[in-house]
Design a protein around this ligand. Structure first.
Ligand SMILES: [Zn+2]
Length: 224
């Protein structure tokens, strides 16, 4: 298990150093966010000779041809909000880990596979009736050699598509979800977040500019 490193990340030889860079998206344009720095506000008195205190933010990285900078949010605040939400979600009694395989979220492929299996079985039934009627059991055996492996392969594919994500399952089954999360390397935490939700950073409503502290209204959590 590679812990959720994306191939693209590995190829570029660069690891993400924050939980949500490239995962949280801009609530205005949908672009992924990157990590930038911001100076603390002018509230703090300026002291000559001292650099302004800085903190990290997730900020809209823009899309090709667009400058971005629609939204930004304190990195630690967003990490806290998303982490709390993920852990609470996983601890819900009816929570089911998502499938490990992306690509059939709507279940269309599994539906098609089940129909295929059904029609293959119907075909074998009809061959069997004909083989019995004509007393030619070899025709049934020949068809079984062809069709049964196809049915097995389709069943295996359905199982694979339904296999729960092992990292998410591990958190769910852990005695303490929080401890298990804290022991996870960052790449695995990023994988878990990615498997569960897309956090969207919303612009600051006019009346709340300059507000300090964690603002839950600034984040829209899109559960997958
Ligand atoms: Zn944007």
């Amino acid at each position: 298990m590679d812990g959720g490193h994306s191939e693209a990340t590995r190829r570029r030889g660069r690891q993400h150093r924050y939980l949500l860079s490239g995962i949280a998206v801009c609530g205005v344009c949908g672009a992924p966010t990157r990590v930038g720095t911001q100076n603390t506000s002018t509230r703090r008195p300026f002291v000559a000779g001292q650099p302004p205190a800085r903190y990290r933010v997730y900020e809209c990285a823009g899309t090709p041809g667009s400058t971005g900078f629609h939204v930004s949010m304190h990195q630690e605040h967003l990490d806290r909000i998303v982490t709390d939400a993920v852990l609470a979600r996983i601890r819900e009694p009816d929570f089911r880990p998502p499938s490990a395989r992306a690509g059939d979220e709507d279940g269309l492929e599994r539906r098609a596979l089940r129909l295929e299996i059904k029609s293959d079985r119907a075909w074998l039934d009809s061959v069997q009736s004909e083989a019995t009627r004509s007393q030619r059991p070899d025709t049934l055996l020949r068809q079984q050699d062809i069709v049964l492996p196809k049915i097995r392969a389709a069943e295996k594919r359905i199982e694979d598509l339904e296999e729960p994500d092992p990292l998410v399952l591990g958190l769910k089954d852990a005695r303490s979800t929080k401890n298990a999360w804290e022991r996870m390397p960052l790449a695995q935490r990023r994988h878990v977040v990615r498997a569960l939700l897309i956090p969207r950073i919303l612009p600051i409503p006019a009346g709340e500019r300059g507000r300090q502290g964690i603002n839950l209204h600034r984040v829209d959590l899109r559960w997958l």
